[in-house]
Design a protein around this ligand. Structure first.
Ligand code: ASP
Length: 595
């Protein structure tokens, strides 16, 4: 064995032992005759002392990030010299020899003393030199938390007899509704694999196969526009089970989360998580991912109150408001700030009304509203003297969403978010369909009006089972999302296992029999062999791990993340291919042989 101990694991109990350690020179301090080296390995840092003689002479030449092997003896530090900030702070290692295993160039950013993830080094430099970035304690910690989370996940899944099964990466289009990444096929020029957007169809096939309980920590690929919280490849904890209902999924998820939070953060979560229907969540919080750490600040629906008004601003499909406690102290500048905020989000603006603390006259941008409507607004919204009322009006859904975003922004501005708490909620009974938007390329070209909100294998709720096709706008699905502190951490659904019902969904989303056959024929065929009732859920593992590691950024829990431009600063991917590669891969060949 090359070493006897890990440097970061040495404790007072090791005093008196002879040790051989390996690691990196984190820092070297030359105090005349005595040289101190902070030696770092994956377990932490130990202080090595080189006193006079040959070892000290050797230590003179050591430089930061050189990889070394040190021989020495562990001694207790003299009284008063212990370092309480270091796990090994009660001891030091008196070196008898040092061997240089490899030298290092000066790193592009300092590694010693920059343990925090946010060290000010710019991201693309960090990803380009990720192997140096991960020598820092903070970034390495994030990956360790992820590994711990995966280990807890496997334990919980195995306890419940779930089988870990791999599904193909080279496959055909899956139904999650984003663009596919395509892979040319050399042996069949003009034919392409798609990388899976999720293992959805395969996990359903495994249920037809009678395996009953499947899980996988699966890589998924979606060719979407780049955003701060999105990467083209990401990982899901993917789960499917047979003979279940929603309660099975909720119980399993809650058990999993309890253990994840306990073992990575030492936090005891309260279960069961509360449940909200999608529309209650939209109505009350203007979001399907409500942040329940914010007390109150619920949306007030004033549509009825404004019925028949002459005041143009409030002649709208939906009128709503939030009450800002103590908001009567808003300055004109604050209120203009909210206007700008609303416009930058594509909204028309925010109307406002201040309810003076001294009981004086209402002030605001809507004082031209009919007097009785205006006067009764504090009562209608529950605003008290000293509060402000902020209004938005317009089409129902977008206005609800605007007020939901306003709720979050106001809560942040006025410190109304209970930081440090964990608040989870199930959002259930989501709409089955939504109107096709032209920016969804996967559906826009089908010329259909409706698309499945979750995916087209999601079952309707019991009351919509027979008639969802007559009223797609209002039909509800047996779909559920688990939301924590305002983040969607996972989502899934109970699936359709009856062919006739599946056909009606395809009809609504404008998928002809032939199209359905060519896209999902293999699944539909499997469904003709006695499919069991089944359902499942998938969790964004990157988001989950980032949350447990205490960061907002999913890239921190990826070993080699891509930059927000989608490129990989480390390897330089993606790159152009050569003419030869194009030819071999058959990139320019059409399936009909024409070019
Ligand atoms: N396949 C779905 C997704 O990736 C999750 C599920 O329905 O289980 O969002």
């Amino acid at each position: 064995m090359i070493r006897t101990h890990r440097a970061g694991e040495l404790r007072r109990e090791n005093a008196g032992e002879s040790v051989v350690l390996t690691g990196w020179v984190s820092r070297r301090r030359d105090h005349g005759g005595v040289i101190f080296v902070d030696l770092r390995d994956s377990a932490g840092i130990a202080q090595v002392v080189f006193r006079e003689g040959a070892p000290a002479e050797q230590a003179h030449g050591l430089r930061s990030e050189w990889c070394v092997k040190v021989t020495g003896e562990v001694v207790e530090r003299p009284e008063g010299n212990a370092n309480p900030d270091l796990a090994t702070g009660e001891i030091e290692v008196v070196a008898t020899g040092v061997e240089v295993l490899s030298e290092s160039d000066t790193p592009p950013f300092p590694i010693h003393g920059s343990d925090d993830i946010d060290s000010g080094v710019d991201e693309s430099t960090r990803w380009k030199y990720r192997y140096l970035d991960l020598r820092r304690a903070g970034p390495a910690h994030a990956l360790k938390v992820r590994a711990k989370a995966v280990s807890v996940i496997r334990r919980v899944m195995e306890r419940h007899d779930f089988l870990d099964i791999e599904t193909p990466y080279l496959t055909r289009s899956t139904p999650e509704g984003a663009r596919d990444f395509l892979v040319p096929v050399r042996l069949q020029p003009g034919h392409w694999y798609a990388l899976p957007q999720s293992p959805q169809l395969f996990k359903q096939l495994l249920m037809v196969a009678g395996l009953e309980r499947y899980y996988q920590i699966a890589r998924c690929f979606r060719d979407e526009d780049f955003r701060a919280d999105r990467t083209p490849e990401f990982t899901q904890l993917d789960i499917e089970m047979s003979f279940l209902d929603e309660e099975d999924i909720y119980a399993l998820t809650e058990e999993l989360f309890v253990e994840l939070w306990r073992e990575t953060l030492g936090v005891e979560l309260t279960t069961p998580f509360p449940r909200l229907t999608y529309w209650d969540s939209m109505r009350r919080y203007g979001s399907d991912k409500p942040d329940l750490r914010i007390d109150g600040l619920e949306l007030v629906d004033l549509t009825e109150h404004m019925q028949g008004t002459e005041f143009r601003v409030f002649q709208a499909d939906y009128v709503g408001a939030i009450v800002v406690p103590g908001g009567a102290d808003y300055s004109r500048k604050d209120l203009d700030g909210w206007q700008e905020w609303a416009r930058s989000r594509g909204g028309k603006g925010i109307a406002w009304l201040l309810v003076p603390a001294d009981g004086g006259e209402l002030r605001g941008s809507i004082t031209k509203l009919e007097a009785d409507r205006l006067g009764s607004l504090p009562a209608a919204t529950g605003a008290k003297p000293g509060d402000a009322i902020l209004f938005a009006a317009g089409p129902r859904r977008t206005t609800l969403e605007m007020l939901g975003a306003l709720r979050n922004a106001v809560a942040r501005q006025r410190n109304l978010v209970r930081e440090g708490e964990w608040r989870f909620v199930w959002v259930v009974d989501a709409p089955m369909f939504e109107e096709v938007s032209s920016d969804n390329p996967a559906v826009a070209d089908q010329g259909a009006r409706w698309t499945a909100v979750h995916h087209p294998f999601t079952a309707p709720t019991e009351e919509w089972a027979e008639n969802f096709h007559d009223d797609p706008e209002n039909a509800l699905a047996r779909a559920y999302d688990v939301v924590g502190n305002g983040m969607e951490l996972g989502g899934g659904s109970i699936r359709i296992h009856r062919r006739e019902m599946q056909q009606r969904v395809f009809d609504v989303i404008g998928l002809t029999r032939d199209e359905a056959e060519s896209k999902f024929g293999f699944l539909l065929e499997a469904f003709s062999y006695g499919p069991p009732p089944h359902g499942g859920i998938a969790f964004g593992l990157d988001r989950l791990a980032a949350t447990l590691a205490g960061t907002d950024a999913i890239r921190e829990v990826m070993a080699f993340p891509k930059a927000s431009s989608g490129g990989d600063p480390l390897t330089g991917a993606p790159t152009p291919v050569t003419e030869q590669q194009r030819k071999e891969a058959g990139i320019d060949v059409r399936p009909d042989g024409l070019s």
